[in-house]
Each structure stands twice: as C-alpha cells, then as structure tokens.
Design a protein around this ligand. Structure first.
Ligand SMILES: [Ca+2]
Ligand SMILES: [Ca+2]
Ligand SMILES: [Zn+2]
Length: 518
C-alpha cells in the first residue's frame, strides 16, 4: 500500500511539475502551472531574503522569479497590499501588481516566508499593456459619471470616493477611477456601488452594486420555538420589540462587538419591499412561517460553524450582521446570496420544497459571502474560478451538513426519495479527462469537489479537510484562481498546518492527482 502511494506521487511529478535549477539556490525550485501553461506557484529553492520590512523581503523574493513570470524586475511592478502573520508564524505578504505605481485590480502575488526563509510564492502575473499612462478624466468628473450611472438623484450617504487604478480587461490594463457611490433613502432604495470609470474617456468600464447592512436597535433577546420546512420543531433566537417577537438573533458574538444580528424577513411572495417576520407569542408554528424558521435557524448555524471553527466573526469576518428573506416571488425554485443577504424561494412544491429547509443550501450560499470577503474573486473572467467558487461552497456545505455528501437532498423533489442537486462523491464531471470548457460552473465544480471528497475520505475527517481549504483560501489564493492554483494552495496550506511530509499532504496530493488536476 505504501509503495503504491509513492508511485502515484512520482507519477504526478513527472506528469505535471518541472524543476528549474536557479543559480545560488541550494535546492531546485519547482514551478507549477495549470493545464494551459499559466504559471502560478513557485515552491522551494527560493533561499533567504533580508530586509527590515515584509515588503522589502517580498520584493526580494519576487526578484528571484522574475524570468519565470516574465516581468523585468520586482521593484516598480509590485506594491504592498497587505502583510500578516498567521498562527503558525508564517508571514504572508500580498503585493498588488502595479503599473506606473498604480495597482492592477484583482492581480496579486503572495510571498510566504518565515524569518526571511521563503517557502513559496503563489499568485500569477498578468501580462498587460496599459491603455494609457495619463488620466485625462479627473476624479471629480469620474464621480459625476458614476453617480449618473446609478440613476440615483437624492443625497448620498457619504461623499463618493475615487481611486485611480488599472482594471484588467483581456490583455489591456484600462486606467480607471474606481468610484464608490453609496445611498439609502426612505423609499428603500439602497446602493453601494463600485464603478470603474475610464480615466481616458469617462466611459463606464464595469459597475457592481454591493450592499452591506448593519442594524442595531433596541430590543430584548428571547428564545422561541418554531416548526421548520420538514415539520421538525427547533429553538430559534428571536427579539422582543414593541409588543411582538421578531426573527432577529442577538446571541452571536458579533452583537457584542458591532451590534451584529442575523435577521429574517419575508417577501410574502413578492419581489419587494420586505416585511418583518413577526409572531405574537414566540411560537412560530404557522405553515406560512416554516421557511422563515429554517432560514433563521440555519443562518445561525452557519455563523456558528465559521465562528467556532475559525474564530471568524460573521460572513465578512468583521462582525457585520446579515439577513435573509424568504418567500421570494412565487414558486421560485432557487436561493442565492446577492452579496449582502440571503434570498430564498418557496419552491413549486414538486421540484423544490422551500429552499431554506436545507442546511446545506444556506451553508453553500453563505460560504459564497465568506469567500468573497476573503478573496474578492473575479467572476465571469475564468470559468474555473467560477466553478471553484461553487465547489468551495459545496465543500463547506458538506462539512456543515455532515450527514451526507450531497447538496440539496432535503429540499429537492419531495416526491422522489434519494436524489439531490449535486454530489461531491459522485459528481456529473469528476475528472479533468471529462473536462469541457462549454460546461457550466456547476458541472465543472464537480472536479475540485471530488478532490475535496477524496481528501476527506482518505484522512477520515471532513472537518479537517475544511480547515485545510479555509487556510488555503485565506492565505494562499488570489482573486482569479483556477483548479491547479487551488491544488497548490491547499497543499501549501496542509504543509503549513500539518507539516511536510505528512500523511495529510500525501493524501491531499493523491486526492488532486486522482481527479487529474496538477
Ligand atoms: Ca447535504
Ligand atoms: Ca428528492
Ligand atoms: Zn453557488
């Protein structure tokens, strides 16, 4: 058995990795790339770096790999984004790729070192050609364009801000003002826009509305009982305010730090505005309350998982409260995290039960929020990034809803027992030899999900697998990861957590090998 494992590891080395000797380095560097030849990780052979600051050491480390990645020199092509030391004493220094001293949005490399000994460098360098080096459009003019783009005419919540950077679009770096526009009016119109305005001609390059809510109001915490979607009775944390009970959970640690609460609202089969979910006696047993009871209960459990496992305070990690809203529209067979809140459909009763009835549904969706907060991943740039985000969400959903390896089984096709929406154990596509770039993100997510499954089963613990994944996402991934980068990030994470060599690293390497990701 031991011998067989060794053979597998050797196979993966010859198939996918190649070593380059670098003068002055004691051990050879190993360079990793994805199946399309994009280089994204250098392991070992990086030697020591010196320098008083983490930035100086990181720039020195990057200087050692400049020919590998194809930049002329580290100085001038990178600038410090952030640097932090993890619980294991490893310093992770994230540098923004920069052009003319301005950061390239979403493009970073991370240097991992302990006391100047460089273990690895993750991330990738984008070969980009700047469209211009001169901003012809002022920040003020860009703000005007951005505000006009939102269509909002009222008073802004705070003055709009603008930051000059390069936005990567294909092979071009577009000099842009990143403008933030925030507003909230009494009619419920709310916005927190990130708008990229071309500094060359004032056109809108990209615009996203990202809302984050924080509420804090008087009220008394209470414990109610409720009946969930599947007819089960459970305790729920509620709040008593002005004569009635609300689905507002004030029991989490974030309430102490930032008044953070988890709240559940009701669309009442509309698409807006929202109504409060209330109950006069704190016994939530009406049939119209079932989906709200489960949304509330499972959002709380997801918070608890991230808090107790990773000491992560809420979805954004900063103690900001969040909320969900049930009974969205009519017979709506889906649920989503829209960047700020959970939205649950009630299902049509045949394809889906109310979607909040699945712990893994809420686990999946809120994990999107957690990962977005950590990585700020790019969407619709690289299909593998999108598929990886789905896979990560499914993986953590399976860690939380640990009774099975399937997603959605509790709410999918109530008349058909035993089926599910996706399976990590038996995905539709679970190996790179079935890879087809025309498949959608959910189908392709099966490949990294199968690796997560393989690893969990091999080590006998899906919760440890979750820890390896979390540490990989937080400390080793950049904004546009592909499968191969995820492989490396998780292996680096496992090495840092459990040592190299270790049985976990071997199991993880085999897990990725067996889905054909190198
Ligand atoms: Ca499940
Ligand atoms: Ca079913
Ligand atoms: Zn998803």
């Amino acid at each position: 058995m031991q011998k067989k494992l060794t053979t597998l590891v050797m196979c993966s080395v010859t198939a996918s990795l190649f070593a380059v000797s670098v003068s002055g380095a004691a051990s050879p560097q190993t360079l990793l790339q994805d199946e399309q030849g994009k280089r994204h990780t250098v392991l070992g052979g990086l030697g020591k770096v010196e320098g008083k600051t983490a930035e100086a050491r990181a720039l020195q480390a990057l200087e050692k790999v400049k020919t590998t990645y194809g930049f002329t020199q580290a100085q001038g092509n990178f600038s410090l984004n952030s640097s932090w030391q993890d619980e294991l004493g490893i310093t992770h220094t994230k540098l923004d790729q920069s052009i003319h001293g301005l950061p390239v949005y979403g493009a970073q490399m991370i240097v991992h070192e302990t006391d100047g000994r460089v273990q690895s460098i993750t991330g990738d360098y984008k070969q980009l050609k700047p469209d211009t080096g001169t901003a012809l459009v002022t920040a003020e003019a860009a703000i005007q364009k951005a505000v006009a783009h939102t269509g909002f005419r009222g008073e802004l919540s705070r003055p709009a801000t603008a930051k000059l950077l390069y936005y990567p679009q294909g092979k071009t770096a577009v000099l842009s003002h990143l403008v933030n526009v925030a507003y909230l009016d009494e009619s419920g119109q709310a916005g927190n826009w990130q708008i990229f305005v071309s500094a060359a001609d004032g056109s809108i390059v990209q615009a996203n509305n990202e809302l984050h809510f924080l509420t804090c109001s008087p009220g008394t915490p209470a414990v109610g009982t409720g009946v969930g979607v599947l007819g089960d009775t459970k305790s729920i944390n509620t709040t008593y305010k002005s004569g009635t009970y609300y689905l507002e959970d004030r029991t989490k640690a974030m309430f102490q730090t930032t008044c953070g609460t988890i709240e559940t609202y009701d669309f009442r089969n509309g698409v807006g505005p929202l109504s409060y979910a209330t109950d006069p006696d704190n016994i939530w047993n009406a049939s119209t309350q079932r989906s709200a009871v489960d949304a509330h209960y499972y959002m709380g459990r997801v918070y608890d998982y991230y808090y107790s496992t990773f000491n992560r305070n809420s979805i954004d990690g900063r103690g900001t409260g969040f909320y969900g809203a049930v009974r969205y529209s009519v017979r709506y067979n889906n649920a989503f995290w829209d960047g700020t809140r959970m939205v649950y459909g009630e299902g049509d009763g045949t394809t889906m039960l109310p979607l909040s009835g699945g712990y893994d549904v809420t686990g999946h969706e809120l994990t999107h929020g957690v990962v977005e907060a950590m990585l700020n991943p790019t969407y619709l740039v690289n299909i593998q990034t999108d598929a990886l985000m789905e896979s990560i969400s499914d993986s953590f959903a399976a860690v939380m809803d640990s009774k099975d390896w399937t997603i959605g089984e509790d709410i999918y096709t109530p008349g058909v027992p035993g089926d599910y929406i996706r399976s990590l154990q038996n995905p539709d596509v679970g190996h790179m030899n079935q890879y087809n770039s025309s498949y959608n993100r959910y189908t392709l997510s099966g490949i990294p999900s199968k690796a997560f499954y393989n690893f969990s089963v091999a080590i006998g613990s899906r919760s440890i697998a979750g820890k390896v994944w979390y540490n990989a996402i937080r400390n080793y991934l950049t904004s546009s990861p592909n499968f191969s980068m995820m492989r490396m990030a998780t292996i680096e994470s496992a090495k840092a957590l459990y040592g190299a060599p270790s049985s976990y690293v071997t199991a993880l390497t085999n897990a990725w090998d067996s889905v054909g990701v190198y």
